[in-house]
Design a binder for this molecule. Sequence first.
Ligand SMILES: Cc1cc2nc3c(=O)[nH]c(=O)nc-3n(C[C@H](O)[C@H](O)[C@H](O)COP(=O)(O)OP(=O)(O)OC[C@H]3O[C@@H](n4cnc5c(N)ncnc54)[C@H](O)[C@@H]3O)c2cc1C
Length: 270
Amino acid sequence: MKQMQIIVLVKQVPDTTEVRLDPKTGNLIREGVKSIVNPDDRNAVEAAVSLKEKYGAKITVLSMGPPQAIDAVSEALGMGADKGILLSDRAFAGADTWATSGTLGKAIKKLGDFDLIIAGRQAIDGDTAQIGPQVAEYLDVTQATYVCGIDEVRPDAIVVKRRLEDGIERLELRLPALLTVVGELNRPRYPFVGRLLDACREKAPIEVWNAADLGFKTADVGLEGSLTHVVRTFSPKSKRQSEMLEGSARDAAASLIGKILNKKLLRETV
Ligand SMILES: Cc1cc2nc3c(=O)[nH]c(=O)nc-3n(C[C@H](O)[C@H](O)[C@H](O)COP(=O)(O)OP(=O)(O)OC[C@H]3O[C@@H](n4cnc5c(N)ncnc54)[C@H](O)[C@@H]3O)c2cc1C
């Protein structure tokens, strides 16, 4: 079997538990917010490195983002990826999912032949879960989303398990294929310190490509190349009023039933 070529899509995201919106502008307050590798993407890297250990493979990590997203690429190299590409250009800013997938897709075409692309199921900031499927469509390759198990890889096919709401689906996909993976697939390893240090050195195998490197005009990418634009971002105002019922469980249950009947949410039938 020839050496498998695996591409992993990795996005750097703000640690969303800390993200706040500026109430005046509606923009994310990024100052002082830590950036992390999107959690599902760490599972994607772990899956690729496990396949490399089992079958042999070359892993290329691909990310689109601002210059500091290089840290996410370095972390993936620290976990065991071989090479990194960061797509970074002011022209890419403001990309919606359409423009993002088109840019990632074109970079993958520039990389050449591949057997497998692994992405996270969803990014914790954009939260759309659209990028994986859209990249697969762009490249016209088979795809499986919500992958929670990889059973077997053959030269022409991969057998995976998909997490469904009420069960598991087992699929055989023709290669090349794209998978989006969920957290239960594996437990990501920590980056090895030595590899991580190497990945942060000037000679690290990481390339930065801009729009011109991909043959794009400014109008094709970023905000200009997007089909959708964010009109406004705001935190929903909670209209819910809660009331704590005190006393024993029996008293609280009796009080709750009384309130439900008073509001005529249910009718008493006995
Ligand atoms: C209508 C709309 C308008 C938007 N407008 C803006 C805007 O004006 N400005 C702005 O900053 N953002 C904007 N965004 C957000 C931005 O487009 C998304 O963050 C980005 O396209 C990725 O989508 P996602 O975060 O939902 O990723 P998902 O689809 O949830 O991510 C799934 C997986 O795809 C891969 N992936 C996703 N993004 C990348 C990436 N950049 N590099 C490598 N791999 C990746 C990862 O493996 C990830 O786990 C907009 C989004 C929408 C829906």
